[in-house]
Design a protein around this ligand. Structure first.
Ligand code: SAM
Length: 308
């Protein structure tokens, strides 16, 4: 609407809307991209048959375009100017699931290099406030540049350990939404040769240490007094970093319950776990994405204001 920010800019969409993906799309200026029209195929068939220079609107998310494999937009003026953000579809899920309303105060606990923060800023249209934390000085420096380029103006960056934040600090009193996208093995990431990165060679000790950090960071997020909703995501395929983390947090924190993420998404969490059906997974062979996991917690307890 206002032209300051967004995953997609300056795009004209027309067509009959069947499947929500029949589009006539023009990206102003460069004219290099093709148009897909009058497609009557099943959605996923359509994604898999995209050819060079073709693209389509995503089947699930309105602010996402899907391009043919091996499309490189890094030199495109829209990317160079920060008008669009290049991100794997799975990585777009957490901000959509958190879905903060306009004007919200949000924390992104592990934010750098900032793609999900930018996406959140786009969803709340640069209103409200985002507090974004990251331990890594270099990554948060990159994040400062990328978010400025994307036109993000409602975000304060903190180069500090989120675990050391004080949930009762006055500045966080209006925080109702938190995104937890912590360090993980990255075992779901698919490299350019379509191999899973690092799925082998991850020791039990490394998994134990990461999953106990992931549990800690989620539990700390749940300490924020006015928190309503928290989304947890990883790009790991390991149960220890996904369903097991969620189960452990639920066991220790009775004020939050799991909500069912995107009920229409058929690729659910692992069967044989109590939490699996509420969570979603994504993968290259089923969803054409990196391996990914998303869970959503919401506060259950009703909070009553004390009478004066
Ligand atoms: N959410 C980011 C995005 O979409 O661009 C990616 C985050 S990456 C998976 C995890 C990040 O967590 C790393 O940048 C790492 O430096 C940061 N991190 C690890 N431990 C942290 C802590 N205790 N507090 C804050 N950030 C932390």
């Amino acid at each position: 609407g206002n032209g300051i920010l967004g995953m997609i800019m300056n795009i004209t969409i027309s067509g009959n809307g069947i499947l929500g993906m029949i589009i006539n799309l023009k990206i102003s200026g460069n004219g290099i991209l093709g148009i897909i029209m009058n497609i009557t195929m099943d959605g996923y068939q359509c994604v898999s048959s995209l050819k060079k220079k073709q693209f389509m609107k995503d089947l699930h998310f309105d602010d996402l375009l899907v391009f043919a494999p091996n499309t490189d937009l890094h030199d495109n003026v829209l990317y160079q100017q920060g008008d669009i953000i290049l991100q794997d579809k799975a990585s777009c899920i957490p901000a959509h699931v958190l879905c903060p309303p306009l004007g919200s105060h949000v924390i992104d606990t592990c934010a750098a290099p900032g793609n999900k923060t930018s996406h959140l800023a786009s969803i709340i249209n640069n209103t409200g406030k985002i507090y974004a934390f990251d331990l890594d000085t270099k990554r948060i420096g990159t994040m400062g540049n990328l978010t400025a380029k994307a036109g993000v103006m409602n975000t304060q960056l903190f180069n500090q350990d989120f675990l050391k934040t004080n949930p009762t600090d006055n500045k966080f009193q209006k925080v109702e939404y938190i995104l937890v996208d912590p360090s993980c093995t990255g075992s779901g990431i698919v490299n350019r040769n379509d191999h899973l990165m690092g799925a082998q060679g991850i020791t039990k000790a490394r998994l134990r240490s990461l999953s106990s950090f992931q549990v800690m960071i989620l539990k700390h997020a749940m300490e924020f007094p006015n928190l309503k909703r928290v989304v947890y995501s990883t790009c790991s395929v390991h149960r220890e970093e996904n369903e097991d983390v969620v189960a452990e947090v639920l066991k220790c924190n009775k004020n939050f319950a799991l909500k069912t993420v995107m009920p229409s998404w058929t690729h659910r969490g692992l069967e044989g776990t109590d939490v699996g059906k509420h969570c979603i997974r994504a993968s290259a062979n089923v969803d054409f994405t990196n391996g990914f996991f998303v869970a959503l917690f919401e506060r259950t307890e009703m909070k009553f204001e004390k009478q004066a």
